[in-house]
Design a protein around this ligand. Structure first.
Ligand code: DQA
Length: 146
């Protein structure tokens, strides 16, 4: 069974309560359940992680680097997407596919959201499909990893 890690950044623990007109009604735990169901049907094991702390996210990326069973990383770095060179550098050290996801379409919003440090090092970006963005990322990984 293939293993994939999904990292969620700051404020994503508030999904369902925060700017629901942009991010929708689903909580992160609803998304985790949907993602795990989708993954199980494709024989993928998911390590689903969230942190509000930049250092914990970097430590998690280092953990992903060490675990040779993890074959792909999906990351929604939240606002760190637009600010964190440190997360970008940590991702650069990985040799597995990195899929950047966003619930909202970051290119359609404020100017500052159009810059993504994560995009500079990711395999691809999925942005604007709500919780479905995560499933599209898993779909890609399930078809392109063995
Ligand atoms: C987000 C977009 C970011 O700009 C924002 O800071 C978030 C969520 C998204 O999933 O649409 O926290 O990553």
């Amino acid at each position: 069974m293939m293993k994939v890690c999904i990292i969620n950044g700051p404020n994503l623990n508030l999904l369902g309560q925060r700017e629901t007109e942009i991010y929708g009604q689903k909580t992160l735990s609803d998304i985790e359940k949907d993602v795990k169901r989708f993954a199980e049907n494709r024989d993928i094991k998911v390590d689903f992680f969230q942190s509000n702390s930049e250092s914990e996210i970097i430590d998690k990326i280092h953990f992903v680097k060490k675990d040779s069973e993890i074959k792909g990383l999906v990351i929604n770095a939240g606002a760190f997407t637009h600010t964190s060179i440190a997360i970008m550098d940590a991702l650069k050290a990985l040799s597995i596919p990195v899929i950047e996801v966003h619930l909202s379409n970051i290119f359609q919003r404020e100017e500052f959201r159009r810059n993504s440090y994560v995009s500079l090092v990711s395999t691809g970006v999925i942005s604007g499909f709500g919780p479905h963005s995560y499933l599209l990322a898993l779909e890609y990984l399930s078809k392109n990893l063995s």
